[in-house]
Design a protein around this ligand. Structure first.
Ligand code: S3P
Length: 172
């Protein structure tokens, strides 16, 4: 299948964006990258350090700059940081240059996937189902507004999710 736009993978931390983007890249031959990785690399700091030293608004500006810089580039698969879809400008940029796929997962699934991972500043000291659940509820309207396609990931492997995405994109 010919894909001539960017594919943006969005959704809460731990919903599988990075692993799905790798599968999608392998299945389509389109290059994939991760916004967090690129920002951490260009700042020479981990995401937690950027939040601590430069502050979250600085990080959010970098995310918007990155999305803006992708306009007109060859199609890419973009695994987006979990907060990207919250800013209206970012949603606009994604709509202009690609198709946006929202991956969802139950709070229990997310907790299970992230329980040994301390790289998320927004969950530091609050890695529990009620907190994850309330953050997801607060973000849901923005996530859904951004999404062209929504996929529930609980119990489904990244390669199956990836196949479902290509199938659904071909029907758009
Ligand atoms: C964030 C999600 C993280 C990272 C940062 C903030 C968020 O990315 O961008 O910690 O606001 O949800 P992942 O979704 O890749 O974990």
């Amino acid at each position: 299948m010919e894909i001539n736009k960017h594919i943006f993978l969005i959704g809460f931390m731990g919903c599988g964006k990075t692993s799905v983007s790798r599968e999608l890249s392998a299945q389509t031959g389109i290059n994939a990258f991760d916004t967090d990785e690129l920002i951490a690399e260009s700042e020479q700091m981990s995401i937690s350090e950027i939040f601590r030293v430069k502050g979250e608004p600085y990080f959010r500006e970098k995310e918007t700059g990155l999305l803006a810089s992708m306009k007109g580039q060859e199609p890419l698969i973009v695994s987006c940081g979990g907060g990207i879809a919250l800013a209206p400008r970012n949603r606009e940029l994604m709509h202009e240059s690609g198709v946006t796929v929202l991956l969802t997962a139950e709070p229990e699934t997310i907790l299970e996937r992230l329980k040994d991972d301390d790289s998320r500043p927004l969950l530091a000291g609050r890695k529990n189902v009620p907190h994850i659940s309330s953050l997801i509820d607060a973000r849901r309207p923005a996530y859904e507004e951004a999404a062209d396609i929504i996929i529930k990931t609980d119990g489904i492997s990244p390669s199956e999710i990836s196949r479902e995405i290509t199938e659904l994109i071909s029907q758009l």
